[in-house]
Design a protein around this ligand. Structure first.
Ligand code: SAH
Length: 455
């Protein structure tokens, strides 16, 4: 096999990360944008001693699960790597991705993995959209998404993953930038002002927040920008317009400093019977209808009686903590982002919940401290970012020996790795329930119940 060679391949599986996989000459070949069961023509682009990577040239025999009409930018934009797959097939593939990770990485071959919980709304579900800004050949401001694996900007006038409101505000900001001749940040030269547009929508209350990130506060005619954004008819009430100062040449979404151009520096959303205060820097689940299902699943696995002391590690703005607090004696939430902890405390007050306390700090530092204080826990909710839980946090949990651990994960690989450590520490992985939080992408959320064995 050599680079540039064209080969015919039958796709037999879809791997974590979303690529289809077929075998050629005994070697696994990974090809994006393919479906299981398809016969495809592939051009090899990279070959290692273990596997090869190809790009799709043409589909020779398409799978009945292939769909072609999801988005005009499919394949160009790096956003939806499952855009080419029928929704039911996406769900089946995700169940297999979770089962494979648990088996291959965790060594759990007999854990029941449920069918993936379908999203109530498999498109236009994102309540958060982030559009990087750039310039076209004529120097005009454009906004959109990056092409797969690059920082090449694909301009978009709309995106089927998010509400139209986000694209409408993006378009208004682009006209404003062009009319006021405001410069756009260039990653290479690190010059220019406007950098990104970030829109967050609260489906429960129809409140919205628009954040423009810029390298300095020198943005001119901000009153005009506010006026124009407020005039866009979107079906949402714009409650917060923020200029975020982001100078550093990093890939973080936001810089530290927020200047409120209009309204407040937060929005309110409702989930179930609770109201949540959400600041720009705080994490908030991006698929609202599916979040309710995810939390209900996690809480039902915990099987709370009202007597429990609960630790919610990686608690964000305290969403799981507060739903759990209503069914338990006491909840401790831990989170590293200070604004998120302020939101969590405010959310407890707002919802008149008095049995939840929140600690700002790293899980790997706070959990060992709680263990040292002999904190007696019945249940731990663990909802870390993609890189998984820190080993020190896991060891502290083992030391505190809760009866149940409910692990909520957005990355099956780190979930399987962490579950293995917990299993070696005396826990049994009872079941895994994948939930589709991110339709049309290869990402999958999983809820896992672990029970302590050595009582
Ligand atoms: N359970 C929450 C948040 C989950 S996202 C919800 O459902 O909304 C993961 C959270 O972990 C984020 O809020 C992130 O800021 C936080 N986080 C990341 N690294 C952390 C660490 N080392 N210690 C504590 N929290 C961390």
């Amino acid at each position: 096999m050599e680079i540039g060679q064209k080969i015919e391949l039958t796709i037999t599986d879809v791997a974590a990360g979303g690529d289809g996989v077929g075998r050629y000459d005994g070697m696994a070949v990974f090809v994006p944008h393919t479906c299981r069961g398809e016969r495809v023509l592939v051009r090899l682009v990279r070959i290692t001693s273990a596997c090869a990577y190809g790009t799709l040239c043409s589909v020779i025999e398409p799978s009945p699960e292939r769909r072609v009409d999801f988005c005009a930018a499919a394949g160009l934009c790096g956003g939806c790597d499952f855009a080419h797959m029928a929704y039911t097939e996406q769900l089946a593939v995700k169940q297999k991705i979770v089962a494979d990770a648990l088996t291959r990485i965790g060594g759990f071959s007999d854990v029941p993995v449920a069918e993936t919980l379908a999203a109530p709304r498999p498109e236009r579900y994102r309540n958060k959209m982030v559009f990087p800004l750039g310039t076209d050949a004529r120097g005009q401001a454009i906004g959109g998404f990056y092409a797969p694996g690059s920082h090449h900007l694909v301009p978009l006038s709309d995106c089927r993953q998010g509400d139209r409101a986000a694209a409408l505000w993006l378009s208004e900001i682009l006209s404003f930038l062009n009319e006021t001749k405001t410069s756009v940040y260039d990653e290479k030269t690190r010059r220019g002002l406007a950098r990104r547009v970030f829109v967050r929508l609260a489906e429960g209350t129809r409140e919205a927040m628009v954040v423009l990130t810029a390298t300095s506060a020198k943005l001119r005619e901000t009153e005009k920008l506010v006026e124009r954004l407020l005039a866009v008819p979107t079906g949402y009430t714009l409650k917060s317009i923020i200029l975020n100062i982001h100078k550093e040449p990093d890939n973080l979404l936001l810089g530290k400093k927020n200047l409120v151009l209009y309204g407040r520096d937060y929005i309110i959303d409702t989930l179930g019977d609770l109201r949540f205060h959400i600041s720009p820097h705080s994490f908030y689940q991006i698929n609202a209808p599916q979040t309710s299902i995810l939390y209900e699943t996690a809480l039902s696995l915990a099987g709370l009686s009202g007597k429990e002391t609960i630790l919610d590690l990686y608690c964000g703005i305290g969403t799981i903590s507060l739903f759990a607090a209503k069914k338990a004696a006491r909840v401790i939430g831990v989170e590293v982002v200070p604004q998120a902890i302020e939101d969590a405390r405010e959310n407890a007050r707002r919802n008149r919940i008095t049995n939840a306390e929140f600690i700002v700090g790293r899980a790997e530092e706070v959990a060992p401290r709680l263990a040292e204080q002999n904190e007696r826990l019945s249940v731990v909710f663990l909802d870390p970012p993609r890189k998984g839980a820190d080993r020190k946090a896991i060891e502290a949990i083992l030391q505190m020996a809760p009866k149940k651990i409910v692990y909520i994960s957005c990355n099956p690989a780190t979930l399987a790795r962490d579950a293995k450590i917990l299993a070696e520490g005396g826990y049994k992985v009872e079941q895994a329930i994948p939930a589709d939080m991110f339709p049309n992408t290869s990402h999958v959320e999983t809820v896992v119940l672990l029970q302590r064995q050595n009582t």
